[in-house]
Design a protein around this ligand. Structure first.
Ligand SMILES: [Zn+2]
Length: 53
C-alpha cells in the first residue's frame, strides 16, 4: 500500500477523504479533475481506514 497526502472530491455529496493510493473507492469515484488535496474537514473513508489505520 502507498500512503499519500489526503485528497477528496469536490463533487457535492462527498463526505469522506482518502489517503491511500490503492483505495479503489477513491480511484473509481474521483475523476482527476474533481480531485483536490486535503481532507476538506471530512472523515476518512472506511476503506482507507482499513488500509492505513
Ligand atoms: Zn479511500
Amino acid at each position: 500500500m502507498a500512503k499519500v497526502a489526503p485528497f477528496h472530491s469536490k463533487l457535492p455529496g462527498t463526505d469522506v477523504y482518502h489517503d491511500d493510493d490503492i483505495c479503489t473507492v477513491g480511484d473509481d469515484r474521483i475523476e482527476s479533475y474533481h480531485r483536490v488535496p486535503g481532507t476538506g474537514g471530512l472523515r476518512k473513508c472506511s476503506r482507507c481506514r482499513d488500509l492505513s489505520g
